[in-house]
Design a protein around this ligand. Structure first.
Ligand code: ARG
Length: 456
């Protein structure tokens, strides 16, 4: 995103506004580039071990892709009916109300975004370090230091220039498509040479427990997560009413196709697991982390603009025109989460929280479709789509709890709802209004930032 130094007359304030810089290619890269990150290089093996057979695992990957596509299409309608940046936050604010929107942004900023950044950064660290420790276990401290380095570098790049961040996104997408193509091609050659033994009795040994399926979905869906990336930056997209749905369809079908092919050729992925693949996987994670930062800072920024986060987070750098305070805030929390974090559990708790909020967002879309049919809709989906995705989301949230309840999910749920406890005194009753003023003025001078306006 950039902010042009136009002055907004109607508010009477000197303001900066967002500039539309992301075209169709950039848009596709943001979605596909964020989706393809750490997961596809790690999860195929894990999904297979959870679900028990290659046939069932392929079905899981197909369903995950389908779910991402349907979710993406529903979000495309939301993004064109409510053309503001901020993703789930802004949709909840405009449909289900302030309290759910705040609950979302509270969980998003404190847990979901830092946790997803940390997950991706950890896998980046693993890939960078692994080639130097062939045959022995990798020291976790070192992995975490490399992960922290990646987080700091990308946050700096995002503070300095939107254009540079966009270039990195496009470039890293090229690298990962190339890496996945190599895996697929190599695997296909093996298949044609007659190595098809993995596909005999493809469904033997399938585990069909509700929570097994739920967990397999969580892992698969982590690899597809990011299908909603563009909805966080709608205000920076050129012609969002055309480019948003188009980019969703192109990017998600591309990623689904690649993922399925990689899964069919999974054995080849393991057998060529040398340092070249490590480098490619590291670059892929780096790009995904970049997309995560780019869009994550925006949510902070939009929520602060609506008065749900401290004002300083809604400001942008006066020359560089990037929302640096929001980016710096996300970085600090990511670094904190990095200290205790581990990849597998990060993925499961992330997916649980994310699908809980996707469900609320989709019910918001249903509300708009039923109660406000008169709103202009440049792009619309049949009502059955949000209903289907909503049912899937409810299943995904409940499945791991019903079958084998784990106390951790209760903690996560309690955290999500604790947002309400913060909302009532600080946002609704505006207790301690002057508390942040001094700090805001100091930071504003220190960071050279000024308030930014909406760009609709
Ligand atoms: N799909 C990505 C991966 O496989 C993770 C995306 C996390 N979510 C996000 N919104 N950045 O690494």
């Amino acid at each position: 995103m950039t902010l042009s130094s136009t002055r907004t007359m109607e508010s009477g304030k000197q303001g900066l506004t967002l500039k539309r810089e992301v075209g169709l290619i950039g848009a596709v890269s943001f979605i596909a580039g964020t989706m393809m990150g750490s997961g596809i290089f790690i999860s195929p093996q894990y999904v297979l071990s959870v679900i028990g057979s290659p046939g069932a695992s392929l079905i899981i990957w197909t369903c995950c892709g389908l779910l991402a596509m349907l979710g993406g299409l529903c979000y495309a309608e939301l993004g064109t009916v409510i053309p503001e940046s901020g993703g789930e936050y802004i949709y909840m604010l405009r449909t289900t109300g302030k309290v759910t929107a705040f609950m979302f942004v509270f969980s998003f900023i404190i847990v979901m975004r830092p946790v997803s950044a940390t997950g991706i950064a950890l896998s980046f660290g693993e890939y960078v370090v692994a080639p130097f420790y062939e045959g022995c276990s990798v020291p976790q401290g070192l992995v975490k230091c490399v992960a922290a380095g990646a987080i700091l570098t990308l946050s700096m790049i995002n503070c300095l220039s939107v254009r540079l961040a966009t270039h990195i996104q496009v470039l890293s997408m090229g690298v990962k498509i190339l890496a996945l193509a190599v895996i697929i091609l190599g695997g296909c050659i093996l298949l044609f040479q007659g190595n098809t033994e993995n596909f005999n009795n493809a469904f033997e040994g399938t585990n069909v427990g509700v929570s097994t399926i739920g967990i397999a979905f969580y892992q698969g869906l982590w690899s597809y997560d990011g299908w909603n990336t563009l909805n966080y930056i709608t205000e920076e997209l050129k012609h969002p009413e055309v480019n948003l749905p188009r980019a969703v369809v192109i990017a998600i079908s591309l990623v689904t196709g690649l993922y399925l092919l990689v899964n069919v050729n999974r054995h080849y992925l393991i057998s060529i697991w040398g340092w070249i693949m490590s480098v490619a996987a590291a670059l892929s994670a780096f790009g995904s982390l970049n997309g995560t930062f780019f869009s994550g800072g925006r949510v902070c920024f939009v929520a602060a603009r609506e008065g749900h986060m401290p004002e300083i987070l809604a400001m942008a750098h006066v020359h560089r025109l990037t929302p640096s305070p929001a980016l710096i805030f996300t970085t600090i929390i990511s670094l904190v989460v990095l200290i205790p974090g581990d990849f597998q559990s990060i993925v499961n708790y992330f997916s649980f929280t994310a699908w809980f909020f996707y469900a609320i967002t989709l019910s918001g879309l249903l509300y708009l479709k039923i109660k406000k049919p008169e709103l202009p809709r440049p792009y619309t989906v049949p009502i059955i789509l949000p209903i289907l995705v909503l049912i899937a989301a409810i299943f995904l949230v409940l499945a791991p709890i019903i079958d084998s309840p784990q106390i951790e999910y209760l903690y996560v749920a309690l955290f999500i709802f604790s947002g309400v406890i913060v909302y009532v005194p600080f946002i609704h009753y505006k207790l301690c209004p002057g508390l942040l003023t001094k700090l805001t003025v100091f930071l504003q001078l220190f960071l050279e930032v000024a308030p930014a306006e909406k760009n609709l």
